[in-house]
Write a protein that binds this ligand. Structure first.
Ligand code: NAD
Ligand code: 89V
Length: 342
């Protein structure tokens, strides 16, 4: 494929602005139309980003005008929207969380696979520069076989003003933020099966949990801890940084504030600072997340054009969402849960 791929973006809400900026710098693709049930939102984004068409129904997928669709709506809408794209043979990139539970994720994957339509989950934390660099260090063997890891997202930012649906989401913290950490855990430490989890609902009036502590046992026998909280008061607020550490048989890596890595190997400590790319449309405190969006979307387009597998294909993402499901089951039962037994 050499021609520019034409895309439809569905869901002209809070985060879509970042995705539209990112599509404007993606090689080999362009968004030729946007869609939202709220016609005013669709019209406004079309005008702001110079996109030739807007629609207020996803049924426009039947037009044959699109080579891919970018679904940037909330998780309860994903099964129906992906099914519509699959019905019309349109490849999909769909935002996280893929779906509210593992059974819905599995239905979506089975439907797309039966039709042979490629689907990628837009899971962008692993596409942050700092985690691409950590993956490089791990691949170099510098710290040896992994034995332990911790990925920690703890802050008290007002996430609810931009994303008010999170106040009402019953499966909140693990599905909204924990899912990023669980994908990072698989990306960095490998697949896992045994899961233990405790959840907490700290902020008054929430429908779901706003803190969770998850323990994973990976197939390589490494242990990792994923802890997430929107009720942790630090000044200044470390949002949206993922902090932590990774230990191997020969060394370790600390993930510190300011996108700093401290690599401990061969008896010495090395400090690396990972800077986000300079863009005129990114801004604090979202820069680290925004910076990952062009990389994520370029990966989708490159893989779609070459026929290579997506790193976060819907099928591979089932392993991440099984860990999230196991975490909820563990929190409910107080027991260790095997994700593969779900
Ligand atoms: P939002 O509610 O601000 O926007 C969603 C939009 O989709 C709304 O305008 C709504 O009208 C529209 N919509 C819903 N159903 C539709 C349908 N059937 N057809 C057409 N339009 C429809 O949501 P948001 O905060 O932008 O989040 C969207 C998704 O992005 C969520 O799943 C969220 O978890 C995810 N998100 C990801 C990141 C990240 O990539 N790091 C950051 C923030 C949010
Ligand atoms: O990045 C995201 O997925 C957002 C956030 C974690 C910031 O709430 O939903």
């Amino acid at each position: 494929m050499t021609e520019t791929l034409k895309g439809l973006l569905i869901g002209c809400g809070f985060f879509a602005r970042n995705q539209l900026h990112a599509w404007a710098e993606t090689d080999g693709a362009e968004i030729t139309a946007v869609c939202d049930l709220d016609a005013g939102r669709a019209r406004a984004y079309a005008a702001e980003f110079g996109i030739p068409a807007w629609h207020d129904t996803a049924e426009v997928l039947a037009s044959g005008a699109f080579d891919f669709v970018d679904i940037c709506t909330t998780m309860e809408t994903h099964e129906a929207l992906v099914a519509l794209a699959v019905q019309h043979g349109v490849p999909v990139i769909v935002q996280k969380p893929f779906a509210p539970d593992i059974d819905t994720c599995r239905r979506i994957v089975a439907n797309a696979a039966a039709a042979g339509v490629p689907v990628m989950v837009h899971e962008n934390f692993r596409f942050q520069k700092i985690f691409r660099r950590i993956r490089e260090i791990l691949d170099s063997g510098e710290i040896g076989e992994l034995t332990f890891g911790r990925l920690s997202w703890r802050n008290a930012i007002d996430v609810y003003s931009n994303q008010p649906y999170l106040l009402k989401t019953e499966r909140f913290m693990i599905m909204d933020v924990g899912i990023h950490m669980l994908d990072l855990a698989r990306f960095l430490f490998g697949d896992a099966d045994d899961v233990s989890c405790f959840t907490q609902s700290v902020k008054e009036g929430l429908a779901g949990e706003d803190a969770a502590t998850i323990l994973l046992r990976h197939d390589n026998r490494a242990t990792s801890i994923v802890d997430v909280s929107y009720a942790s008061h630090r000044f200044p607020n470390p949002f949206p940084q993922t902090l932590g550490e990774i230990e191997g048989r020969k060394g370790s890596i600390q993930i510190l504030e300011g996108e700093v890595l401290l690599v401990h190997a061969d008896g010495v400590q090395r400090r690396e600072t990972i800077e986000a790319d300079a863009r005129d449309w990114t801004s604090a405190p979202w820069t680290q997340i925004q910076d990952s969006v062009p990389r994520t979307q370029q990966h989708f387009i490159d893989a779609l054009r070459s026929g290579r597998a997506f790193e976060t294909s819907a099928e591979d993402s089932l392993k991440t969402y099984a860990l999230a499901e196991a975490a909820y089951r563990s929190a409910e039962t107080g027991r260790v849960v095997s994700a593969r037994d779900l």
